[in-house]
Structures are given as structure tokens and as C-alpha cells.
Design a protein around this ligand. Structure first.
Ligand code: FMN
Length: 257
């Protein structure tokens, strides 16, 4: 971590085109991180990346120095582009510690840095919302980053790229905001307390909504329930709300437009 407020941001372009949509998305984010910060961009195809290659070691050193990683890769065949996938595959042995069972654990070096994900596809916005064309690409990058111990700071998706040569103005604004956010991130020490506070508020909000539904329905029916019927209806409503919330956060959490 750098001294003071300076944040070091590294952008990784896992695409073929230097003037394509993926590269433009990455450029837009990096151009908005703020002049006080340090920015470096890596175009993966410029480097020979395979297990044991000196250039790979060099890139890992750069990742160690950076506070925020911005990964940009197009969606190919409904998955992550091969260029980015190869890079992430090669990182595995160099960026994790393995226990005697072969299970990976984060290294202190990478723990609590932040990452941002960018992807795109030909698929139209509404179609991507339903089919989740870009989900696999995002999920693969999420899996690697969280295994390494990084914290997600945001993501952006550009759909409908078939006829696109430059980014739409609205997307440029969204990516600029993402860049500003990336430029203001400091390495976090621990997220545990924050997670428990979030959990408390989720449970409190769902219990409140459950009681509202219960009271409303009973009022409409003009009925009162005994202790056990009250308890059972509370558990059923609470369970349905919890399932919907968990489904939203675990399955539909990716941006699709
Ligand atoms: C090999 C290949 C596979 C692709 N597969 C898909 C796909 O499964 N779904 C989709 O919507 N777009 C697909 N595309 C379109 C890319 O996502 C599109 O080219 C990308 O948005 C453009 O990014 P770029 O300008 O940075 O290359 C594919 C493109 C290529 C070259």
C-alpha cells in the first residue's frame, strides 16, 4: 500500500483489439481515476504468458504493487476470453498458497486489494438480462479474484456491441464513475465487521417486512392467530423473503446492461 492517499491502479486488457470496445471501456475507467493516482495498463497480448515465463513474473510483481486491479475482457462463446483466461490460469501457482490437501489460500500480499471487472458482448441488453450471456465471464474473474483475497469494487457490462465502434455516452459516464471510485479506494483491513452489520440490517428489514405482511393479511381477513400459527406463518414468509434475497445476491448479482 502506498503512503498517503495515492492509489496505484493497474488495468489488464484481455482482448485482441487495441481500439475495440473492451479496450475503450478500460481506457475510460483508467482515464478517470484522478491525476493524483498512479495508473498502468497492460495489454496481455504484448506479453509472453505461460507458466515460468519471466514476463509473467514481471506482471505478478506489478500486481503486487497495485492497490486496485481493473480486469477487462470480452465475452467469447458465452465465457471469458481466452487471453484473460490464460493469464488467470497462469497466475494460480504464483499468487496462492496451497495446503497439504492442495486447497488454495490467499497470500497476505494480495489480501484486501480491490478489483473492478469489465466485459461486453454482441447480445442485446434485454436478451443478456434474461440469458445472462456475460455471467460466466464475470463469474470466472470473480472466482479468481476472491480466491486471491481481493474485494470487489464494481463491474460494468457493455451489451449490443455488434455495430458499436465507440462507447455510448451513457456508458462513458458509468465507466467514469467507476474510475473515480477505483481512484478513491484504499486497501481494506478487514470486512468481517461490515459483513455482520450488513447481515443485521438485512435480517432486521426482512423481519419488519414479514411482520407487515402478516399483520396486513390478518387485518384483511379480520382474523387473529394463536402463538403457533403466528410462528409458522412468520417462518414461512421470512423463508420466502430470505430465498428471494439470497437468490438475488448469489445468482442475479451481475450487471447485465
Ligand atoms: C470468438 C468470439 C466469440 C464470441 N462469442 C460471443 C458470445 O458467445 N456471445 C456474444 O454475445 N458475443 C460474442 N462475441 C462477440 C464479442 O463479445 C464482441 O466481439 C465483443 O463485445 C467486442 O469486444 P472488442 O471490440 O474488444 O473485441 C464473440 C466474439 C468472438 C470473436
Amino acid at each position: 500500500m502506498k503512503e498517503g492517499l495515492l492509489v496505484k491502479i493497474i488495468g489488464i486488457a484481455g482482448c485482441y483489439k487495441r481500439d475495440g470496445i473492451t479496450k475503450q471501456m478500460l481506457d475510460q475507467v483508467l482515464a478517470n481515476v484522478g491525476p493524483e493516482n498512479e495508473v498502468e495498463q497492460i495489454f496481455l497480448l504484448d506479453h509472453k504468458i505461460y507458466p515460468g515465463s519471466p514476463e509473467l513474473d514481471n506482471l505478478v510483481e506489478k500486481l503486487k504493487q497495485a492497490d486496485v486491479w481493473v480486469l477487462a475482457a470480452p465475452t467469447y462463446w458465452g465465457a471469458l476470453s481466452g487471453v484473460m483466461k490464460n493469464f488467470l490460469d497462469c497466475l494460480r501457482q504464483l499468487t496462492l498458497r496451497f495446503d497439504k490437501n492442495g486447497d488454495p489460500h490467499p497470500l497476505e500480499t494480495f489480501l484486501h486489494k480491490h478489483y473492478v471487472l469489465l466485459t461486453n458482448c454482441y447480445t442485446k441488453t434485454w436478451e443478456n438480462m434474461f440469458t445472462g450471456t456475460t455471467d460466466t465471464a464475470l463469474r470466472t474473474m470473480d472466482k479468481v479474484m476472491t480466491t486471491l483475497g481481493l474485494i470487489k469494487a464494481g463491474e460494468a457490462v457493455q451489451t449490443n456491441t455488434y455495430f458499436l465502434t465507440t462507447l455510448p455516452a451513457k456508458k462513458q459516464v458509468e465507466l467514469s464513475h467507476l474510475g473515480q471510485k477505483a481512484g478513491s479506494l484504499q486497501r481494506k483491513d478487514d470486512q468481517t465487521v461490515k459483513r455482520y452489520i450488513e447481515l443485521f440490517f438485512i435480517v432486521a428489514a426482512m423481519a419488519f417486512i414479514t411482520m407487515l405482511i402478516q399483520t396486513g393479511v390478518l387485518h384483511l381477513l379480520g382474523q387473529t392467530l394463536g402463538f403457533w400459527n403466528n410462528y409458522i406463518s412468520f417462518v414461512v414468509i421470512f423463508f420466502i423473503l430470505l430465498s428471494i434475497t439470497l437468490h438475488f445476491f448469489t445468482v442475479v448479482k451481475h450487471k447485465r446492461k
